[in-house]
Design a protein around this ligand. Structure first.
Ligand SMILES: *[C@@H]1O[C@H](CO)[C@@H](O)[C@H](O)[C@H]1NC(C)=O
Ligand SMILES: *[C@@H]1O[C@H](CO)[C@@H](O)[C@H](O)[C@H]1NC(C)=O
Ligand SMILES: *[C@@H]1O[C@H](CO)[C@@H](O)[C@H](O)[C@H]1NC(C)=O
Length: 204
């Protein structure tokens, strides 16, 4: 009898460890509502443009209890179209392995006074890769585990997406400058060569 209880207890501890280690995105409620400034399909320039994000509790969930909410992170996430053939951006339901949202753009303690109604502006960092994105926010409990989310796109992640144009490959002028420079280098080499030739001819 006793050993049965110990086993049951151990099993319980073990199971709670498992569930602690892996939160499934599909199990999260849409506790937050998130709005970002880019229009659908808008193209923004990394290192130049900014986006404004506002978020708060999802008001369609009646009497949402937020006592366990401790922390919020807002992230920039790859849309499916920018994940094709890129394993390193893959969506996995287990959030520990998920690679959808790789860029944290804001994080703070959950503000219980304000119902977490917040707005912030974020300058798109220079090193962001060219891709199609949406914004997602996660709310965390005191154990640093996701317990809710909100996002600017729909469940299929196809609506209300925007594009960020990365820095690399954007400035053809740099390439043109480097081509001009190479041509100049070759021409001056040829020039030196001809000059040398003429001088040696003159000597003869
Ligand atoms: C708010 O919650 C409702 C009900 O769960 C859900 O249908 C809706 O998509 C959520 N709204 C947002 C913006 O996530
Ligand atoms: C929400 O709270 C209000 C008053 O606090 C109550 O009248 C209402 O029944 C509650 N709704 C739900 C869905 O629990
Ligand atoms: C927070 O939300 C509750 C219910 O959802 C509402 O009664 C209260 O006025 C809100 N407070 C603020 C500061 O928005």
């Amino acid at each position: 009898m006793k050993s049965y209880m110990i086993k049951a207890f151990l099993l319980l501890v073990f199971m709670s460890k498992i569930s602690n280690g892996s939160v499934m995105f599909s199990s999260l409620p849409p506790s937050l509502s998130v709005v970002a400034s880019p229009n659908e399909g808008q193209v923004l320039q990394a290192g130049e443009d900014s986006i404004t994000v506002s978020f708060g509790l999802n008001s369609s969930i009646a009497n949402q209890t937020d006592e366990s909410y401790k922390f919020v992170k807002v992230k920039l996430c790859y849309a499916p179209i920018s994940q094709v053939d890129r394993k390193w951006r893959k969506t996995v339901d287990n959030l520990k392995k998920d690679k959808t949202c790789q860029f944290t753009i804001w994080e703070k303690q959950y503000d219980h006074q304000q119902n977490m109604s917040q707005q912030f502006e974020w300058r798109i960092e220079k090193d962001l890769p060219t891709a199609t994105y949406f914004v997602r926010a996660y709310v965390y409990d005191s154990g640093d585990e996701e317990i809710g989310y909100g996002q600017t796109t729909n469940d299929k992640k196809i609506s209300n997406l925007f594009k960020i144009q990365g820095i690399s490959g954007r400035h053809p002028s740099i390439d043109i400058a480097s081509i001009c420079f190479s041509v100049f280098a070759i021409l001056s080499l040829v020039g030196f060569f001809l000059l040398e030739k003429r001088q040696s001819k003159a000597k003869k």
